[in-house]
Design a protein around this ligand. Structure first.
Ligand SMILES: NC(=O)c1ccc[n+]([C@@H]2O[C@H](COP(=O)([O-])OP(=O)(O)OC[C@H]3O[C@@H](n4cnc5c(N)ncnc54)[C@H](O)[C@@H]3O)[C@@H](O)[C@H]2O)c1
Length: 328
C-alpha cells in the first residue's frame, strides 16, 4: 500500500520513517508539508517524492493518506482526501470542534472511504493485554479502572495556547483508553484541574495537573491522573480491577536491568517520552490499519471512536471550570 504523508513535523516524520522502514506491505508514496524544509529533509532521508501541495499528494497514485498536520487542518484534509477516494489515517484529535468533526465524518460517510484515528495507545502490547483480560472476563466484572499518564515536561507555551487545553490535547488519549479498556461508554464526567508546574500555563488559561473521574454506562468508574511534568520520565500505567482479579500495565524501563547493592535494588530509567515509549504501538497500529483496508474491514479506531473522546474532553473542561459533574 502506498501512503502519502501530509505534515512531517514531530509525529509525521516518525510515521513516514516507520512506514518506509518498519511496516510490512507499505511504502511512502511521498510527503508534503507547508514547511518546505521539513518535507525536503524527510523526502531526501527516505528517498521519496516531495509533493508541492496536498492536492498533488491526493491526485497521486497513493492508496492512503496519513494526516499528521497541526490539528486545525485535519478536517479540511479529511474532506479533500475523502473526495479523492483515499483511505484515511488521521492523527488525534480529529478537531477541537465537534461540528467540525461531524463535517469530516459526513464527508467520509458520503465517500465511503476507510477512516482511522491515531489513538496509538490501543496498540501498545501491554495496554492491549489489559484490555483483552477485561474483554475475556478474566478479571471478572470490571469495577475500577485507573489510568496514569504524565509527560516528562510541558510543551512550549506557544503550543499550549493553541492546544485546546490539557483535556483535549493530553487527557484525550486517556479518554480513549477508558472507552477501549472498559468497553463501555462514559455517562458522567467529574474533573478537577490545577496549575502546579508552570504559572505561565495557568496564565494561558490552561491547567497542567488534572484528575478526572468517569462513570461508565456499565457502572465502572475510571480515574485518570495527568500531569505535564514527571521527574522520572513518561509515566504510562493502566490498572483494571474487577470481581475476579486485576490486570495492570506498568511502566516499561529502558532495559530489564536491576542493580542490587547493599542500599537496595534499582531498575533502569523509564523511556523519556512517547517517541521512545510507543514506537511498537505505532507500528502495530499501521499494520492493523493496512490489514483492515486491504481486507475491506472496519478500521481499528473509527470516526465514532475519534468523536467520543472529544465529547468527554469538552465535558471535562466544563466540569473543571464549573466544579460540577457533567452528564453526557
Ligand atoms: N498519537 C500521538 O501519539 C501523537 C503525538 C504527538 C502529536 N500528535 C498529533 O499529531 C498532529 C501533529 O503534531 P506534531 O506534534 O507532529 O506537530 P508539529 O507541529 O511538530 O508538526 C506539524 C507539521 O504539520 C505541518 N503543517 C501544518 N499545516 C499543514 C498543512 N495544511 N499542510 C501540510 N502540512 C502542514 C507543519 O509545518 C508541521 O511540520 C497533532 O494533531 C497532534 O495532536 C499525536
Amino acid at each position: 500500500m502506498k501512503i502519502a504523508v501530509l505534515g512531517v513535523g514531530r509525529i509525521g516524520a516518525m510515521h513516514a520513517d516507520l512506514i518506509q522502514n518498519h511496516v510490512v506491505g507499505a511504502e511512502v508514496a511521498g510527503v508534503f508539508d507547508v514547511f518546505d524544509g521539513a518535507a525536503a529533509e524527510v523526502a531526501s532521508r527516505l528517498g521519496v517524492r516531495r509533493f508541492d501541495s496536498a492536492n498533488a499528494a491526493l491526485a497521486s497514485d497513493a492508496d492512503a493518506v496519513a494526516i499528521c498536520t497541526s490539528t486545525p487542518t485535519h478536517v479540511d484534509l479529511i474532506v479533500q482526501a475523502a473526495d479523492a477516494g483515499k483511505a484515511i489515517f488521521c492523527e488525534k484529535p480529529v478537531s477541537l470542534d465537534l461540528d467540525e468533526v461531524d463535517r469530516g465524518l459526513a464527508a467520509v460517510a458520503e465517500a465511503n472511504v476507510p477512516l482511522h484515528i491515531g489513538f496509538n495507545r490501543r496498540f501498545d502490547p501491554s495496554h492491549a493485554a489489559v484490555q483483552r483480560a477485561v474483554a475475556d472476563g478474566e478479571v471478572g466484572e470490571l469495577r475500577q479502572l485507573r489510568i496514569s499518564s504524565r509527560d516528562p515536561e510541558p510543551p512550549p507555551l506557544d503550543y499550549v495556547k493553541v492546544s485546546g487545553g490539557i483535556f483535549l490535547d493530553m487527557t484525550i488519549h486517556d479518554f480513549d483508553m477508558a472507552r477501549f479498556v472498559s468497553g463501555s461508554e462514559v455517562v458522567e464526567v467529574n474533573a478537577t484541574g490545577a496549575v502546579m508546574v508552570d504559572d505561565a500555563i495557568g496564565q494561558a488559561g490552561d491547567f497542567d495537573t488534572v484528575t478526572v473521574m468517569l462513570t461508565h454506562k456499565n457502572g465502572t468508574v475510571t480515574t485518570i491522573d495527568n500531569c505535564r511534568q514527571s521527574a522520572f520520565g513518561y509515566d504510562q500505567r493502566v490498572e483494571a480491577f474487577g470481581s475476579l482479579g486485576m490486570a495492570t500495565s506498568e511502566n516499561h524501563t529502558a532495559t530489564s536491568m536491576v542493580k542490587r547493592t547493599a542500599a537496595g535494588s534499582l531498575g533502569d530509567v523509564v523511556p523519556h517520552f512517547f517517541l521512545e515509549r510507543y514506537i511498537p504501538s505505532y507500528v502495530h497500529q499501521w499494520q492493523q490499519f493496512i490489514e483492515a483496508v486491504v481486507e475491506d474491514q472496519p478500521t481499528p479506531v473509527t470516526g465514532v471512536d475519534g468523536r467520543a473522546p472529544l465529547v468527554i474532553g469538552l465535558a471535562a473542561k466544563q466540569s473543571a471550570e464549573s466544579g460540577l459533574p457533567v452528564t453526557l
